[in-house]
Design a protein around this ligand. Sequence first.
Ligand code: GTP
Length: 248
Amino acid sequence: MNQQPAAESGAKPAYKRILLKLSGEALMGDLGFGISPDVMGFLAKELKGIVDMGVQVALVVGGGNIFRGEGLARAGMDRVTGDQMGMLATVINALAIQDAIERVGLEARVQSAIRINEVCEDFIRRKAIRHLEKGRVLVFAAGTGNPFFTTDSAAALRAIEISADLMLKATKVDGIYTADPKKDPNATRYDELTYDEALDRRLGVMDQTALVLCRDHKIRLRVYDMDRPNALHRIVSGDSSLGTLVRV
Ligand code: GTP
């Protein structure tokens, strides 16, 4: 698919199918650990807003709010074990999101990249697409199912596999900046950026694997501030003033 938006404004969605990447940290809100009910409620409402417009929505969620392998890896833990623990953390988050989405009256399905059938479905691409076509919000869990790959890479991979028109990366800042805006008062936000620029400048938007995957498969990516009410609705309506667009 990967086509240009069909419309730039109005209530009609500009994108038919999107993939939203949420970090695990995004789910913990002010709690410092775990899952914030307030964040889940807010997210579910925002998602309902766009599903009701007819947009097909898939999510990829991280697990850093529950488990971060890096610290333990530095302390000597086997990296593969750490990454597997991280994948399980994403499954916990995916189930919480499924629950929150169902509570606002939408249908949701979780598909995991590692087999854990008692709690959710396996990732099967063709079934994933059928769920989306039926208007179900699809939550992809367990990253790519492999160690050494980030959930950003999983998001890029799934966006390609489901032929998403747009990938969104929800962050705590409203786009990509020339430098960390929390540390550098002179940092300015990019409205638009190519993947090659993001790669060359090492802006830390996503890891290089994810950026290269998106670039090579012409996925359009918008990085935006997830705390901003109505942001998702505005973006899928074609509002290009929010966040930063990364393109080929
Ligand atoms: P359709 O085929 O479009 O009807 O999709 P469906 O998801 O409603 O039907 P299906 O019979 O596949 O699934 C019914 C319910 O069982 C849904 O809530 C699925 O998420 C769930 N389900 C399906 N496969 C699995 C699985 O392997 N493990 C778990 N735990 N649940 C599953």
